[in-house]
Design a protein around this ligand. Structure first.
Ligand code: ZN
Ligand code: ZN
Length: 324
């Protein structure tokens, strides 16, 4: 994969010499999706090259940690495990003490909270680790389910798309309702146009989701990876509720502006926090679309205000002259 070699080139220290053994170890490591112990990696390497020494693998692992290719994780087993960071955003872990399996999740809300705490204490944070120990669902129910062979990147993309699709749907609902409610012809036109755009984006996102499902037909059945305190979809949903009570076109446009602004901010704020991944791209692309809608609505709002306020001075002047 070309983007993978570009990723490695970026991490390679300036003037650092390439070694074919190291490259082989890095390549094998990047193909793994779980959390490997150093010995797991030695075993894997020996399937490729039975003469490779333990010391070489250990040394390369240390080098990968230093270069940011590998992250060291401690699940309290008395030895470290390693996971790669290529297309694998930082995350937290749930660790089952019964079957020793771990699963991953992401929560920008938790990350923000950890940063706030460190800042309040004047603490310069280098790394935050959050691990939840306990018993997994399979162990509680006495199931010995096979390990899902799904990559974190795929789960991340799935959850990012789910959130974007939900937001797009509620946006479509908002503009469809809005187009029925507003009185001003231009405002109605703009609501219709935005409804059409949301419809188009929705179809594109759903197509992307279908595409993702072809990579793994069971994708929908894996547990949630991406957690949020509040999703942006709620913004448009409450906007639609408020829209029903609004009779004023300016207020209707203003409501659209508020929803788009909230949605843009939500996707941008979270998207920027994620490390390079498909999930990040989905969030940032979505944020950019919302920004366009926002700008369009602001322009229309101003135009509507200008239109509505134009005849007024004449009328008040006429009134004044009548009064005088
Ligand atoms: Zn378990
Ligand atoms: Zn992990």
């Amino acid at each position: 994969m070309d983007s993978q070699s570009a990723y490695l080139e970026r991490l390679r220290p300036a003037g650092g010499k390439r070694s074919s053994k190291r490259d082989l170890i890095v390549n094998v490591f990047l193909r793994q999706d779980g959390h490997l112990s150093a010995d797991d990696l030695v075993d894997l390497m020996r399937q490729e090259d039975h003469k490779i020494s333990r010391a070489t693998v250990y040394r390369t692992l240390q080098w990968m940690v230093g270069a940011g290719i590998a992250r060291k994780v401690d699940f309290g087993e008395g030895r470290f495990r390693f996971e790669h960071s290529y297309r694998h955003p930082r995350h937290f872990h749930l660790i089952c003490k019964s079957c020793n399996r771990s699963s991953e999740f992401i929560s920008s809300d938790v990350e923000v909270l950890l940063e706030e705490i460190a800042e309040a204490r004047g603490f310069q944070a280098q790394q935050s680790v959050l691990q939840i120990y306990g018993t997994c669902e399979d162990c509680q129910q006495g199931r010995r389910a096979p390990r899902a062979a799904v990559t974190t990147e795929l789960l991340f993309a799935r959850d990012a798309l789910r959130i974007a699709i939900a937001t797009e749907r509620s946006g479509l609902d908002f503009y469809t309702r809005g187009a029925e409610l507003v009185q001003d012809a231009r405002a109605r036109k703009i609501f219709r146009r935005l409804a059409a755009e949301e419809q188009e984006h929705l179809a594109a996102l759903e197509g992307r989701f279908e595409q993702l499902l072809t990579e793994d037909p069971h994708l929908e059945s894996y547990p949630t990876f991406l957690f949020f305190k509040g999703a942006a979809s709620g913004l448009f949903a409450s906007g639609t509720e408020q829209l029903a009570k609004v009779v004023d076109d300016r207020k209707a446009l203003m409501l659209g502006i508020r929803c788009e602004r909230g949605s843009h901010k939500f996707f941008k704020r979270y998207g920027e926090r994620f490390e390079d991944s498909e999930g990040k791209r989905i969030f940032l692309e979505f944020a950019a679309e919302e920004r366009e809608h926002l700008d369009l609505l602001i322009k229309e709002y101003r135009a509507l205000v200008a239109r509505q306020s134009k005849p007024r001075p004449r009328r008040s002047a006429a009134r004044k002259s009548q009064a005088g």
